[in-house]
Design a protein around this ligand. Structure first.
Ligand code: GLY
Length: 358
């Protein structure tokens, strides 16, 4: 078992990483005393896989839980899902002494977190992430929210969970594409923060792809430790937390251009390569280090090239409307060496055009 802490004063919380912890969550919650009853929120797919196991663990610990589900998929990350779940919770008599458990991937965590932030003006919630992306990124740090037609995550709140319970074993049921989706964010941590972790990923690549659970646990722990350190330093993304957007500037443009058919992690992989190339073009990152990053991303089976059917002009349009763009300035997170990045808006249009292929 590995245990970490996100230190945010009286809103601090533990991250517990343990194979098989799904069956022990009831007992873990009993030690924390932050709610008398729990409502599990999950999507239809994950509820079928792990819902009964989680409910049984809660019942064994003496709770009387209920599970509420919504249709799996990003299309559920909308205000109407929040309203519908809130109505069902009210009908079930949930009060402020009760809590929510987010059982699922990033969509479930974001929905449940926002519901917890707003239902009765705030109830406690716990993250039980079941995708790699959620385990290494979205379950930690308190970003919650939903999409509107004008953009993803445009309505939301910073609202921290009371605990994060991570069971690496559940990754065995994850489709390969979903694993790769999370691995892009894993590689991101090595490039932005920790060159030793980048080397670890390089040397343990096959163990990771073959889901060697001891190696996966170590990898997830390193990612959560980096995420926790960044969130502790800058919870509300005023400054340092923006480094977590490495690869996301051009990544989001490519994702939007594909009409969100390209999975987020694939888009981030392409965006990380593009950011490395911009950094080389600016003369702040060595071509050798850039090639190491590109090779690692490619070796993991992730894409590295801007999709052939993505027009450079259209991609530039998406950069301008991205929510990270401030006052018309497009911000980039660029590496200066493996393990270190800078945040800058000082990138010429020509450089952007070159990496976008325009
Ligand atoms: N996923 C980026 C962040 O949590 O800030």
């Amino acid at each position: 078992m590995k245990s970490l802490r996100v230190g945010l004063g009286d809103r601090s919380y533990p991250i517990i990483i343990k194979n098989g912890i799904m069956a022990e969550i009831g007992a873990e919650l009993k030690k924390q005393h932050f709610a008398k009853r729990f409502f599990v929120i999950s999507d239809s797919t994950v509820a079928d896989l792990y819902g009964q196991q989680l409910l049984a663990s809660l019942q064994q610990a003496g709770y009387d839980p209920a599970i509420l589900t919504f249709p799996a998929g990003e299309q559920s990350k909308v205000l109407s899902t929040i309203a519908e779940l809130a109505s069902r919770l009210a009908q079930l008599g949930m009060d402020r002494g009760d809590g929510l458990l987010a059982l699922g991937g990033g969509v479930t965590g974001d929905i449940t977190g926002f519901l917890a932030a707003s239902f009765m003006r705030g109830v406690p919630f716990v993250q039980i992430p079941t995708s790699l992306l959620a385990q290494v990124d979205s379950s930690v740090g308190g970003k919650t929210g939903v999409d509107i037609p004008e953009g993803k995550n445009l309505i939301g709140a910073f609202y921290q969970p009371r605990a994060v319970y991570i069971d690496s074993q559940v990754l065995q049921s994850l489709p390969k594409e979903e694993l790769l989706n999370g691995l892009a964010e894993v590689i991101k941590y090595g490039v932005i923060y920790d060159s030793a972790f980048f080397d670890f990923l390089d040397s343990k690549r096959l163990d990771i792809l073959n889901l060697n659970l001891a190696v996966i646990e170590e990898m997830v722990e390193s990612c959560c430790a980096i995420k926790a350190a960044v969130v502790e330093a800058d919870e509300r993304e005023a400054d340092l937390r923006r480094i977590l957007n490495f690869g996301h500037t051009i990544g989001h443009a490519v994702e939007a251009d594909s009409n969100f058919q390209l999975p987020h992690g694939m888009a981030v992989a392409i965006g990380m390569v593009a950011a490395c190339r911009v950094a080389v073009d600016k003369g702040i990152f060595s071509p050798e280090s850039c090639e190491r990053v590109v090779r690692l991303i490619a070796d993991f089976g992730l894409p590295v090239a801007i999709p052939k059917n993505a027009a450079a002009d259209k991609l530039k349009g998406y950069l301008q409307t991205d929510k990270k763009t401030v006052g018309g300035k497009v911000f980039f997170v660029l590496p200066t060496e493996i393990g270190k990045v800078v945040i800058t808006d000082n990138v010429d249009d020509d450089m952007i055009a070159r990496v976008l292929g325009g």
